[in-house]
Design a protein around this ligand. Structure first.
Ligand code: KG4
Ligand code: ZN
Length: 362
């Protein structure tokens, strides 16, 4: 079978990602432009500003992507683009660019659900090893979900967060702690900074947070309680230490270790519910002969401590576990292109879409 090339375009949040992946799952080019530096200055993402930055960079990112892959635009087989969920202003930049390109080249346009792309990404790196269906824990800056993945466009939601996402909690708490004023963390997201700071703890048990939704036997998540308890604990410590308004509490490492443990325990507790659900005979049938598999993905899957706990939990049930390699856990164009490849490989009726204007963000 001849190799085809799919272009993936990701602009759902604050990263402009453009990549080319072939139908054998090889990454031909991967261009990623982060806006972190700009947004750090304002303490968060300002949507119109994010849109401007995507606009300013998307064309050149595309050019660089083609050059890296040593391909002509005509050699692309299809164009995949994130259409949801995300910041509408940001999504629009990617979709308009993709539409324009697809029309000019007369290639099919493949709409991609961002969270689905996170979920399917592991299959690119572990071909043969991860057949459908599998259980997936998606934890990012905007979402927290447990899903059964049956194929592109075929996910069953088992549970999701009732309030904040874990990455969002890390980002907000990191900001409140003022970790970004420490030079080594200046350009890091909250989750990454907290992971690193936790390793500096001298008394990892100094902070402890109650387990959210401890009594609920379902797959819902909640991170608002951990966030508010964190804000309170930081304020108490700041008063005690008389921390200056531009300072960081002295035992921030201990605090981060406690926070990480709380988030980790909650993610494990809910994932355990999902595994138990999959063990019900009628659900277990779905797995047929394939070995039961747990996948973790999304930006929070970068966290080694969290992933190690999740993998350990899976192993206790005799389940295998996977996560994408780190460069593909966070938002990127490769996962969008790969989702496009999955759509191409699955396409039996020739339902590839040329009705460019009917494809919208939502
Ligand atoms: O998937 P992603 O890149 O974007 C969204 O779709 O949201 O996830 C970004 C989130 C951020 O909130 C960030 O704090 C979190 O992933 N994150 C981490 C780590 N690296 C990124 N959280 C915990 N530990 C990390 N090492
Ligand atoms: Zn994401």
């Amino acid at each position: 079978r001849r190799l085809s090339y799919v272009l993936g375009i990701e602009t759902s949040c604050d990263d402009t990602g453009i990549a080319i992946v072939d139908t054998a799952g090889r990454v031909r080019a991967n261009v990623l432009e982060s806006q972190q530096e700009f947004h750090t200055r304002y303490g968060g993402i300002i949507p119109p500003r994010a849109q401007d930055l995507h606009r300013a960079r998307i064309e050149s990112a595309f050019e660089r992507c083609l050059a890296e892959a040593q391909l002509e635009p005509e050699e692309l087989t299809a164009i995949a683009v994130t259409t949801r969920p995300g910041l509408p202003l940001s999504l629009l930049v990617g979709l308009r660019f993709a539409r324009h390109l697809a029309r000019r080249l007369q290639k099919p346009l493949l709409p991609v659900h961002h969270m689905e792309a996170h979920a399917l990404q592991v299959r690119m790196e572990h071909p043969e090893q991860i057949p459908f269906p599998f259980l997936c824990l998606l934890a990012s800056g905007g979402h927290c979900q447990l899903v059964m993945v049956h194929g592109p466009g075929r996910l069953t939601l088992l549970g999701q967060t009732l309030d904040d996402a874990p990455g969002e909690a890390f980002d907000k708490i990191g900001r409140r702690l003022r970790l970004h004023i420490l030079p080594e963390y200046r350009l890091w997201n909250g989750g990454r900074a907290i992971e690193h700071a936790a390793q500096l703890a001298s008394d990892p048990q100094a902070y402890d947070f109650p387990l959210p939704l401890a009594q609920q036997r379902n797959c819902s998540f909640s991170f608002a309680g951990i966030k508010n308890n964190s804000f309170r604990a930081i304020r108490t410590r700041e008063r005690l230490e008389r921390t200056p308004p531009d300072g960081v509490i002295s035992n921030y490492g201990d605090f981060c270790a406690g926070l990480l443990r709380a988030v980790s325990r909650h993610l494990m507790h809910r994932t355990q519910r999902a595994i138990e659900y999959c063990l019900l005979p009628q659900v277990q049938e779905l797995f047929c002969d394939s070995p039961p598999t747990l996948v973790m993905s999304g930006g929070v899957a970068n966290n080694d401590a969290i992933y190690a706990n999740i993998a350990h939990l899976a192993a206790q049930y005799g389940w295998r576990s996977f996560r994408p390699s780190k460069r593909y856990c966070s938002d990127n164009g490769v996962m969008i292109a790969w989702h496009g490849v999955e759509q191409l490989l699955q396409d039996k009726e020739g339902s590839l879409r040329f009705d460019y204007d009917q494809i919208e963000i939502q």
